[in-house]
Design a protein around this ligand. Sequence first.
Ligand SMILES: [Zn+2]
Length: 327
Amino acid sequence: MRVSRDLRIRAWGAVLLALAMVLAVPAACPSAEGVSDYRAIFKPFHNDRGTLSAAIRQYVRGGQSRFLVLDPERFECAEADAAAIQSGRPASPEAWQETPFARALARQTAPPYPLQNDGLRKAEHPVRGYFLTADLCPSKKPLDRRVVEQTAGLPLKPPVPIALMVSGLWIQRHEEDLAWLKDQAALGRLRITWVNHSATHAYDPAAPLERNFLLKPGTDFTAEVLSLERLLIERGLLPAPFFRFPGLVSDRRLIETLRGLNLIPIGSDAWLAKGESPQPGSIILVHGNGNEPEGIRLLMAFFDRQRSAFALGDTALLPLREAFRQD
Ligand SMILES: [Zn+2]
């Protein structure tokens, strides 16, 4: 009798503990909730303050319908709930086409569709500074934290801007590095622009470029784009409306699909490990995934050469948005 009562109490204790854990998990870390039904949409609208923006993605998180809303002046996305979208006044596609983002998207996805390095390669207008982009392609090596440490340590006003071009397979093998990067941003050291670099980043060293990277036959390009965004959102990060093609390889079909997804392709005119040297306005390309140490060495040398100009305010590292014309 006594034994069975103890067992019953213990069994109830276990049930209550399990229930408490189930209830506690979503409340403790809301950003880690799964995201489902992730899809691309396009709904331009005016919000309560009359500002024009567009919902470009819809998904379900925590049982709620959510939206990614693109700010066409700041070139940034924010998360919104259904009420914010429903209370908005619909805007015409024509009004949207006049926004700085839509104009930049049209310019950077126009013909002639080169096989390599399509999209923004340098600033569209004169700027006093450089745009630093670091690719995180799939890699078994840890994040090259020197890139981040040295960038954050430059004599520039924090947070120092850097664009990280991140792939899904890199995220899945580097959760600790990703958490560390989030910490650096939260500490106010870095202003990280999270740029989509595809989910799987297919690469075959033996295949010709026309059939390599995202042009590999059988690749579902839209799924490559959207599933990477979902991975970021599940980790509490918001994707920027930019995309870097793996290998900088694309064709007309991919560029037109990207335009339909409201993402601007980002190329480079200063891939350091390929011997290209940065000029003012350059989009600098290095790899932060440990696979291209020569590029990092050249970046450190570039930083050393620019250090006094940075300190004097003569030049700077700039966020990608500033590479685009304002009109
Ligand atoms: Zn890559």
